[in-house]
Design a protein around this ligand. Structure first.
Ligand SMILES: *[C@@H]1O[C@H](CO)[C@@H](O)[C@H](O)[C@H]1NC(C)=O
Ligand SMILES: *[C@@H]1O[C@H](CO)[C@@H](O)[C@H](O)[C@H]1NC(C)=O
Ligand SMILES: *[C@@H]1O[C@H](CO)[C@@H](O)[C@H](O)[C@H]1NC(C)=O
Ligand SMILES: *[C@@H]1O[C@H](CO)[C@@H](O)[C@H](O)[C@H]1NC(C)=O
Ligand SMILES: *[C@@H]1O[C@H](CO)[C@@H](O)[C@H](O)[C@H]1NC(C)=O
Ligand SMILES: *[C@@H]1O[C@H](CO)[C@@H](O)[C@H](O)[C@H]1NC(C)=O
Ligand SMILES: *[C@@H]1O[C@H](CO)[C@@H](O)[C@H](O)[C@H]1NC(C)=O
Ligand SMILES: *[C@@H]1O[C@H](CO)[C@@H](O)[C@H](O)[C@H]1NC(C)=O
Ligand SMILES: *[C@@H]1O[C@H](CO)[C@@H](O)[C@H](O)[C@H]1NC(C)=O
Length: 815
């Protein structure tokens, strides 16, 4: 029974899990709209919905948009059936999409400016801006007369994504079709290394990306239908102007997606199975570069991904490459075999970031190397270039000073001049000399510790600064503790990976959280969690026992919490119900833990993911706060908030944080208020199976409170088993926690104090008034009892004294 009872969930990880199957990616969010169209339109295997559906996402469709249909023939391109109609907006209009998956999403905007059938609209005279999530995607945009699909990749962690169209003065905006599709978490890393010295990491997580080039090498276009994420990969062929030293190769059958390499979602078979390589027959012994040139907007940084797959040489005949971006070395002597465990046809990719100024050109060179003594070869299978939003959250406007210098060169036509910029170094007699020089050069750079190879290696063996923490476990100890990660010991599964119950060599029972190997997203959270937990020891915070980062593992070992999550005891399981007193005590414990986080160090720690699934219960049902993966240091003393991308869990997110992205301790207070109502009502914060108006717990509570019928939504198990005074106090506190403005919410210390007061009211008999009256059905609590919920007698009287006592008490908790 033990396992069944506690087994389901101990930790529910904060990142949401994305299903990935071998047949193709199944996005959790998948909005496809054929704007202005009276019927659904199928494109490949997808259906773009007609206006009657598109209208649902517009706040005020009748007033905001008119539809237009083209009177012209539409050029034949992918999705051209979507381009025959459009929605036209003559004032600011918002599309609002509910978001299920917190993480990166593609936004694709289809534009084709036609003249409408009645000539009512000439879409070429439109001019408008488009923004989403605080990012400017397009500014005073005037669409090209050819069909254009703009693709953006945004991190969305709020409950909805709003895309805003703003017409420029005296004109209007339009859109032919729109896609909002979630993408796998591993697609875009948290950060990537700059090629410029010093090779610092450029954070990507807080930025929006715009695809400016996505190229399949090998002179073949890969259509969105051949890609699990419906990406278009343009052929490099049409742009090549000098090709005597370039050869296209294709061999799809040799591509072998291995378990520890990139998945088909990173790039499809058609991309890895074709390549542009050096023409070696007539140039067998030359050191050469193949170079491609791309025109881009200057003044931005760009994320560049190189896709490689050795489809030409059977191992162990290894391919060694030199990779350059704007003549700066990205990677010297990349030995493809070494990075793919010598599996023939195993895909591999490399990321880099570069800043572009001046002439607005990115050059990509793949050079041959003699490092392993083989005849030189060079190969590139695919290339992606994405513009990174600048510090102002803008993807379309540079700093005005830069623009004034370079506005003439701002063009968006992609010219790839794949050419050979090769110094023709004959290897014959001088071959040995070059070979030696290369080797020496390589040794020198690796000694200096700045070898690009070292810097870019994805295998960070040491992720945590070890000086701080002494809890590093060898992998072998963890394998032993978990019976080699036996499936029978799994006690929880989340977006981050699995949680196992383990027994250490000394007999201690522990919970072992193991990050999924490719979860790049998880790395930052893994680090944060260990760093946070190792700073704190508190009775009401889950203790860190150790961690393991051997062989790219991301493993955290916690104290084992016998009774699992609070959530599991509130609903959705057949565990015995918690009494009102137990619930109050759990609230008090969790509040103590949070209060400690907020106040124990000079800089407050904000948990950011307070929810019932992150409150764990030990064998005595004592509450401990868990999961610090999203925690963040609070504002400095001279600032009132921290600006940050919105993270957290659906249903618990502070509305102020969501809209302004300003994080304070009061965001945790809000989430805690939600947890309090969850505890009182014994239902999920979001329950899609309920009728409208009741789906969101917070909305429902507010509605019922307005009607003075809050008692109707209390967990039926509690009805008749709680005292009215303590209930009243409890609701009053929870309600204050949910104040719209952070400034109106009480501090965690205040919440804690009031909870203890409610606990006392429950425990002792008060000899005045309606003492001891319990809540039963609709009679127990009068409507005025809640609606006018006056502040308790003790409130505000001697708060400062109470506080100082509480803080003193708190200190004794420290271990
Ligand atoms: C369009 O597709 C939706 C969803 O698949 C479907 O419910 C609706 O009936 C379709 N409408 C038409 C006109 O085919
Ligand atoms: C703008 O929209 C309003 C309301 O639909 C409409 O009456 C008006 O004619 C539109 N103006 C233009 C220039 O399209
Ligand atoms: C559109 O969304 C923006 C930002 O979310 C908001 O400020 C604006 O009021 C909304 N406008 C309409 C018409 O809903
Ligand atoms: C539409 O407007 C463009 C420029 O704004 C103009 O060149 C074109 O002739 C117009 N077409 C029609 C049919 O009015
Ligand atoms: C870049 O990030 C990696 C981990 O993603 C880290 O190991 C490395 O130290 C970082 N480099 C710099 C210069 O911050
Ligand atoms: C690339 O393929 C196209 C046909 O798809 C062909 O016309 C062109 O010549 C090819 N380019 C090269 C450089 O071979
Ligand atoms: C393609 O790869 C297979 C191995 O999977 C090999 O047998 C075959 O000869 C290759 N084809 C070409 C044209 O190189
Ligand atoms: C793919 O590589 C694995 C080794 O990672 C090997 O076991 C398997 O046979 C290969 N598959 C094919 C089709 O070559
Ligand atoms: C290849 O290009 C890089 C960067 O432009 C350059 O440093 C290198 O010398 C070139 N190699 C050859 C063989 O031309």
């Amino acid at each position: 029974m033990g396992f069944d009872r506690y087994g389901l969930v101990v930790f529910v990880m904060s990142t949401m899990c994305l299903m990935k199957c071998s047949l193709g990616f199944d996005p959790q969010d998948n909005y496809l709209l054929d704007c202005g169209s009276g019927r659904n339109s199928s494109v490949g295997d997808r259906i773009f919905l007609s206006d009657s559906f598109a209208y649902r996402f517009l706040s005020n469709p009748e007033q905001e948009s008119v539809t237009a249909a083209s009177s012209q023939p539409i050029p034949s391109t992918y999705g051209s059936s979507l381009l025959t109609t459009a929605s036209v907006f003559n004032k600011t209009s918002n599309f609002t999409f509910p978001i299920n998956h917190h993480g990166r999403h593609f936004i694709r905007l289809y534009f084709f400016p036609f003249v409408s059938d009645s000539r009512a609209y000439n879409l070429t005279s439109s001019r408008f801006s488009v923004s989403a999530q605080g990012f400017t995607l397009l500014k005073d945009f005037q669409p090209d007369i050819t069909p254009t699909v703009k693709e953006y990749c945004l991190s969305v962690t709020s409950v909805e994504l709003v895309i805003t169209f703003v017409p420029s003065v005296d004109t209007f905006a339009f859109i032919n079709a729109l896609e909002v599709v979630s993408v796998p978490d591993e697609l875009i890393p948290v950060s990537a290394q700059a090629v410029e010295v010093p090779r610092t990491n450029h954070s990507l997580i807080t930025h929006a990306l715009e695809t400016v080039a996505r190229i399949n090498m090998g002179n073949q276009t890969v259509s969105p239908d051949e890609d699990t994420l419906w990406r278009l990969w343009n052929s490099d062929g049409p742009f090549i102007n000098l090709n005597s030293l370039v050869r296209f190769v294709t061999n799809l059958s040799v591509v072998n997606y291995t378990a520890d390499g990139p998945s088909v979602d990173i790039a499809p078979l058609a991309v890895y199975g074709s390549a542009t390589k050096l023409e070696t027959e007539s140039n067998p012994n030359m050191l050469l570069n193949n170079t491609w040139f791309f025109n881009v907007d200057p003044g931005f940084s760009f994320f560049v991904r190189f896709h490689f797959c050795d489809i030409i040489k059977r191992p162990p005949s290894q391919l060694v490459l030199n990779i350059y971006l704007n003549s700066m070395s990205v990677f010297k002597d990349l030995n493809l075999g070494q990075h793919t465990s010598n599996v023939w046809g195993a895909p591999y990719f490399l990321d880099a970031v570069t800043r572009v100024s001046g002439n607005g050109v990115i050059s990509v060179s793949i050079g041959t190397s003699l490092a392993n003594g083989n005849p030189p070869e060079s190969i590139l299978n695919g290339l992606e270039i994405m513009k990174i939003s600048n510090s102002k959250g803008n993807l379309d406007e540079t700093d005005p000073r830069i623009v004034s210098l370079t506005s003439q060169s701002k063009q968006k036509v992609w010219v790839i001049a794949a050419s050979v910029a090769g110094a023709l170094l004959f290897v014959g007699v001088s071959g040995c000399l070059i070979f030696i020089l290369c080797r020496r050069n390589r040794r020198k750079t690796s000694n200096s510790g700045h070898s690009p190879q070292e810097n870019l290696s994805p295998n960070e063996s040491t992720i945590i600064s070890k000086s701080k923490i002494g809890y590093r476990f060898p992998l072998i100890a963890i394998l032993e503790a978990t019976d080699k990660f036996s499936e029978s010991l799994v006690i929880g599964i989340g977006g981050f990976g699995k949680v196992y119950k383990g027994t250490l060599f000394d007999g201690t029972t522990v919970a072992v959280k193991r990050g999924a190997p490719q979860s790049r997203q998880g790395l930052a959270e893994f680090q944060t969690e260990i760093e946070m937990l190792s700073q704190f020891r508190h009775r009401h915070l889950v203790s860190l026992i150790g961690y393991c980062d051997e062989r790219d593992e991301m493993i955290i070992i916690y104290e084992y919490m016998e009774n699992g999550t609070l959530k599991n005891h509130l609903y959705g399981s057949d565990l015995p119900k918690l009494s009102w007193k137990q619930r109050l005590e759990i609230c008090i414990g969790a509040a103590r833990g949070l209060h400690y986080l907020h106040t124990s160090s000079a800089k407050a720690i904000i948990h950011r993911d307070v929810k019932s699934a992150n409150i764990l219960l030990d064998e005595n049902f004592m509450a401990k706060v868990a999961d610090f993966g999203l925690s963040k240091n609070g504002p400095e003393f001279d600032q009132s908030h921290v600006s940050t991308a919105v993270k957290g869990s659906f249903g618990y997110l502070d509305p102020e944080y969501m809209t302004r992205q300003q994080l304070t301790e009061k965001s945790d207070v809000y989430s805690f208020g939600v947890v309090m109502f969850e505890i009182l009502c014994g239902r999920p914060v979001i329950d899609p199976s309920r009728p409208r108006g009741m789906v969101s717990l917070v909305e429902w509570v507010k509605e019922m409170q307005k009607k003075g019928e809050l008692e109707k939504i209390i967990d039926s198990y509690l009805v008749g088993k709680m005292k009215m005074e303590s209930l009243k106090k409890f609701v009053e506190i929870a309600d204050k926690c949910l104040a719209d403005e952070g400034i109106d919410r009480p501090a965690m210390g205040n919440v804690l104090w009031n909870l203890e007061y409610a606990h006392q009211l429950e425990g002792i008999e008060i000899k005045t008034g309606q003492t001891g009256q319990t809540v039963n059905g609709s009679n127990g609590v009068s409507s005025t009892g809640f609606a006018e919920g006056s502040i308790g007698d003790l409130d505000g009287v001697s708060m400062s004294r109470v506080f100082s006592e509480m803080v003193k008490g708190e200190k004794q908790d420290l271990r």
